[in-house]
Design a binder for this molecule. Structure first.
Ligand SMILES: Cc1cc2nc3c(=O)[nH]c(=O)nc-3n(C[C@H](O)[C@H](O)[C@H](O)COP(=O)(O)OP(=O)(O)OC[C@H]3O[C@@H](n4cnc5c(N)ncnc54)[C@H](O)[C@@H]3O)c2cc1C
Length: 505
């Protein structure tokens, strides 16, 4: 057991992760903790991170955040899916929708019935049984309950930080501006005791959350925790980001991920602009080529100069080391293809609240926390590697990905799907079976056989089952408005909300 009672928590870093950490701890444990957040306007945040996944709504419920207030503050919109374009081969597209596709039984998911229908020559696509996919393809959105729609958000990253700060600072967060120059450790235990700022201020604490981004000022530069590199599975190591004017009269209710010869490009609409970026493998594309390609392909006028981000995919060997927990980019990064990083920070901070070591730091909790984070990250990693691996493209980066040796856990997933259309879900995993199925099929992995159970159904019964799912979706989608109309009515940001933001220098 290390340290005594934990009262003073210091969050280092004021990006999205820092404000998520400080807000959550101050809001949930406000009577027991003094929370200080140290940030430096001289060190810019990464400035991206605008697409989310549906569990953000659980986090917001946990924090009592009102959806409309949040969306107005972040000039946000809705996300029903990700459209994967050119990933399998140029010209190919598939949708990875949120929500549940169809309805199965306890032992055979809906996909087994659909696969059986395909075997019998009945013509349909799996996405026709997903409300979120069909609404995405029709560019429509509304919050509906029957059938229930599942969604996440697109948001302005800088406005989200501002929103959290304004909403949760009154819960007692002490905000200190200044550059951390030194991290002071206890000479015996190695525990962090204080942050020393450039202007001489000393910020003491019992427990520290490292949210300093890729630098990992406490977790790595001070505690030398170590990093497991996943670059051999996830080859992209740089991104160029830019923001452009919106040219679509109604922004699409999904994130676009568009593959290119050495990576992919994102397209994330928010109310006042579009966030775009080119992710690339620097072995096969130079920075100049990437920037020129991005500006050529976005097809709209930039409203901000492009900026580059370099990254190494992987994970910190221990997210919690001594009295330091790393959150956000400081804890590791799996590239942004499925918009998972903000979710991982939220999920980790909720776990930390669940295990909060108020009376000292037992090894049992540290080990449990680290193990949970590792499993969660490896699961997300496998899912993203799948998108790279199962492709039919011809360029070197893609053929290398096709031929690489996969993590055993992913190979098992692919084999079980290919051999008998088997997918499974383990508690705590972000991606449900529906996600795996859409991406496995979308990336072109077709199972050799499926479950025998649906063979019990006659053609008429099978058709009736499929129609009972497709029918309500077909009736609902045309009644949904274009996303813009829904946003205008539900959560339109006040004019100029975005101008009030002063980004870090
Ligand atoms: C290309 C790219 C695209 C992404 N897209 C998505 C996405 O669509 N969805 C998603 O969920 N996530 C995405 N992410 C991840 C997401 O951007 C991050 O998870 C999120 O922004 C959190 O970042 P952070 O707060 O950990 O780090 P940062 O934003 O880097 O913040 C670090 C903070 O630490 C402070 N700091 C650093 N050093 C010091 C010092 N010495 N003294 C004082 N302060 C210091 C900085 O001032 C800053 O406030 C993306 C990431 C990348 C690289």
């Amino acid at each position: 057991m290390g340290t005594d009672r934990i009262r003073k928590v210091v969050v280092a870093g004021g990006g999205t992760a820092g404000w998520i950490a400080a807000s959550t701890l101050a809001y949930q444990l406000r009577e027991q903790l003094e929370v200080t957040l140290v940030e430096s306007s001289a060190i810019a945040t990464v400035g991206v991170g605008e697409a989310t996944v549906p569990p953000i709504r659980n986090y917001h419920r946990f924090m009592n955040i009102d959806e409309q207030e949040f969306l107005r503050a972040v000039a946000g919109g809705f996300k029903l899916s990700i459209s994967f374009e050119n990933f399998v081969r140029p010209g190919h597209r598939y949708i990875h929708p949120f929500g549940i596709t169809g309805k199965g039984t306890l032992v055979a998911g809906f996909e087994q019935f659909w696969l059986e229908s395909v075997r019998r020559g009945m013509q349909s696509e799996l996405h026709e049984y997903s409300l979120e996919a069909m609404a995405s393809l029709a560019d429509r959105f509304a919050i509906v309950d029957d059938p229930k729609i599942n969604y996440a958000y697109h948001m302005d990253a800088a406005l989200y930080v501002k929103f959290l700060r304004e909403k949760f600072q009154p819960c007692g967060i002490r905000q200190v501006e200044g550059k951390i120059q030194q991290v002071r450790q206890n000479p015996d235990s190695g525990y962090v005791e204080a942050l020393v700022l450039e202007d001489g201020q000393v910020i003491e604490g019992d427990f520290f959350i490292d949210c300093t981004g890729f630098r990992g000022l406490l977790i790595e530069q001070t505690l030398k925790t170590g990093y497991e590199d996943w670059n051999h599975w996830l080859p992209c190591d740089r991104a160029i980001a830019v923001q452009t004017r919106s040219v679509d009269p109604s922004p699409v209710p999904y994130t676009r991920a568009i593959a290119h010869e050495a990576g992919w490009r994102w397209h994330i609409p928010v109310q006042h602009r579009v966030g775009c970026g080119l992710v690339y493998d620097s072995r096969y594309m130079s920075d100049d080529e990437a920037q020129a390609k991005l500006l050529r392909d976005v097809g709209a006028e930039p409203v901000k100069d492009p900026w580059q981000v370099r990254f190494r995919t992987g994970r910190r060997l221990k997210a919690w080391n001594r009295n330091v927990v790393a959150l956000g980019l400081a804890s590791g990064f799996i590239e942004p293809l499925e918009s998972t990083s903000i979710h991982l920070a939220m999920s980790a901070v909720m776990k930390l609240v669940e295990l909060f070591p108020s009376e000292g730091i037992p090894d049992s909790l540290v080990n449990l926390y680290n193990d949970t984070c590792r499993r969660e990250l490896e699961h997300v990693r496998d899912f993203i590697v799948l998108h790279y691996h199962a492709n039919q493209r011809t360029e070197k980066m893609w053929t290398d990905c096709r031929e690489m040796k996969l993590p055993d856990s992913l190979q098992l997933r692919i084999d079980a799907w290919r051999d008998r259309a088997y997918v499974w879900y383990e508690p705590g995993e972000l991606f449900a079976t529906t996600s795996w199925i859409h991406v496995l099929l979308g990336q072109g992995i077709v199972p050799k056989q499926h479950h025998p159970l649906p063979r019990e159904l006659s053609d008429a019964d099978l058709r009736r089952l499929l129609d009972s799912i497709r029918g309500p979706i077909e009736r609902t989608v045309p009644q949904l408005p274009p996303q813009q109309a829904f946003v205008d009515r539900y959560c339109k940001a006040a004019p100029g909300v975005w101008d009030m933001h002063r980004p870090a220098a």
